[in-house]
Design a protein. Structure first.
Length: 509
């Protein structure tokens, strides 16, 4: 069934057309460089120029190295390849429209100096993190927000449905993956009902994430129900740098004051409704209150870059449709990360948490493909006495990526960092928890693509009830894991060599 599904999807068509383009391009380039010396020399000069460009760029050193090697080894093709595929920022047209949209909606975000001053009095390190997030991503911290953490998709799903049922004015949904099945059908039934009742229902889905999960031009089908839809960065069978940049966010906003995010996509495996032996472990969080406004602005920033339909933005404030008083549960700061600027917000947040940890830092991650800065921070934290523990997947979804993840085990274990593999199945959660007081829940994987190339989001928590829930979930999950010991750390020479090569080029994966 899976083979038939893939065979009749767009994937083979796109792959074949791109391979034909690559083959034709390579053939013509080899032919021309052999026959015309000036083209050969020009391409080598281009490679030399690109080499200096790579070195001069404010890119991560591992990312630079991954490109310097092919440019040096293949001086005729290397520079051209970097010119086509090496830029970390999206192509000009995409970047221009998204920056313009951001400039138009970012004015909706208002920093609250009193809230920041309160945090400053409670904890200087937490206040420093909050300031960084405000400076790096422009999203402010909020106090009047209740949080609820979910340790699985099947635990979060009923609350999602209940919140959707309560919608009266608008529903915003932005997901990397939306897949036909039980989960989506129940959500779609509610969306159709709400759209009929006059609610503004909007959906953003990433075309690559949904390429084999939704019918082609699904947007038109949703339009029949008066559901507005934007397909993020449509996949076209043409060589293009912009295909690198995907919308990996998971955002659901109801009437501006209820919001959901986390790692959970809208697909049956995320609520373990798929007939598989592997258990899918994921996490999410619900926000109710002022902080939801940050998620609303994230959504509108993406939406209006494709479909500029909003003029009066005040109706999207968190208190516009909620006339009561929001409850307080610590401090909550949803944030966004994108490749539109040179600021790797999510990675810096992770680094700050690790560097400021005193007693412990625990985290879930599906992948562990990290740069030297993160490796160094984790090792230094452990060596100064911080209890550092990591839970990653026991059963992978991508074997090559899993192989690269395992290549980091020994270096981290040598620094007395405890690494656990989730025995029942695949770990898709992205959560950090530290010192009983701070945590993050979000979409950002610990890999280069997620940290540098994708549009991502997360929630920083300080003093919230959810922090305790995340720690409890980590310790409970740890009991279902296998501790990485000497037997798992042993690698023969061919495997070490293979993993070394994979790690070298992991920034391109």
């Amino acid at each position: 069934m899976e083979i038939k599904k893939i065979a009749f999807s767009r994937i083979p068509f796109v792959i074949v057309l791109i391979l034909l383009q690559v083959s034709w391009f390579a053939y013509m380039l080899i032919k021309l460089t052999n026959e015309l010396v000036w083209i050969n020399v020009s391409l080598q000069v281009l490679s030399l120029i690109m080499l200096f460009v790579i070195i001069d760029k404010k890119y991560n050193s591992a990312y630079k190295l991954a490109w310097v090697i092919p440019v040096l080894v293949f001086p005729i093709f290397g520079g051209l390849l970097f010119l086509l595929f090496g830029w970390k920022k999206p192509a000009g047209k995409m970047r221009k429209k998204m920056n313009q949209s951001w400039n138009e909606v970012s004015g909706l975000l208002i920093n609250n100096a009193d809230t920041l001053n309160t945090i400053d009095k409670l904890d200087k390190t937490a206040a420093g993190q909050v300031r960084y997030i405000e400076n790096g991503s422009k999203y402010p911290v909020h106090s009047n927000t209740v949080t609820k953490y979910y340790k699985s998709g099947e635990e979060m799903f009923p609350d999602m449905l209940e919140a959707l049922e309560s919608a009266k004015h608008y529903i915003f949904i932005e997901y990397y993956i939306i897949s036909l099945g039980t989960m989506w059908k129940q959500i779609l039934d509610i969306l159709i009902e709400k759209a009929k009742a006059g609610a503004d229902v909007r959906i953003i889905y990433d075309d690559f994430g949904c390429m084999e999960r939704l019918p082609f031009n699904y947007k038109a089908e949703l339009a029949q129900y008066n559901i507005k839809c934007v397909v993020f960065n449509p996949v076209v069978p043409v060589l293009s740098t912009v295909m690198n940049h995907r919308d990996h966010r998971k955002i659901m906003v109801i009437d501006g004051y209820i919001g959901f995010t986390g790692g959970i996509n809208i697909a049956d495996e995320y609520i373990n409704e798929v007939d598989k032996i592997v258990y899918w472990k994921d996490t999410g969080i619900m926000l109710a209150g002022e902080a939801v406004h940050n998620l609303t602005v994230m959504f509108l920033s993406t939406w209006n870059s494709y479909d500029k339909t909003d003029e009066d933005m005040t109706k999207y404030n968190s208190d516009y449709h909620f006339k009561g008083a929001f409850q307080q549960d610590g401090f909550v700061q949803p944030y966004a990360d994108s490749p539109l600027d040179d600021e790797c917000v999510a990675e810096k947040i992770y680094l700050n948490i690790i560097n400021m940890a005193v007693d412990y830092v625990y985290f879930f991650t599906p992948y562990l493909i990290i740069d030297n800065e993160l490796v160094t921070s984790l090792c230094l934290a452990s060596k100064r006495g911080v209890d550092v523990r990591i839970i990653t997947s026991g059963i992978p979804d991508k074997k090559i990526v899993f192989c690269v993840t395992q290549s980091y085990y020994k270096q981290l274990a040598d620094a007395e960092i405890r690494i656990y593999q989730f025995t029942p199945g695949f770990m898709h959660a992205n959560c950090f928890v530290c010192d009983e007081k701070i945590a993050t829940v979000g979409t950002v994987n610990m890999d280069y693509r997620s940290l540098y190339l994708h549009f991502e989001c997360g929630v920083y928590l300080f003093g919230s009830q959810a922090v305790k829930s995340i720690r409890e979930d980590f310790l409970e999950t740890m009991e279902k894991c296998t501790l990485v010991n000497e037997s798992l750390l042993k690698r023969n020479l061919p495997m070490r060599l293979f993993q070394s090569v994979l790690r070298l080029f992991s920034p391109m994966m």
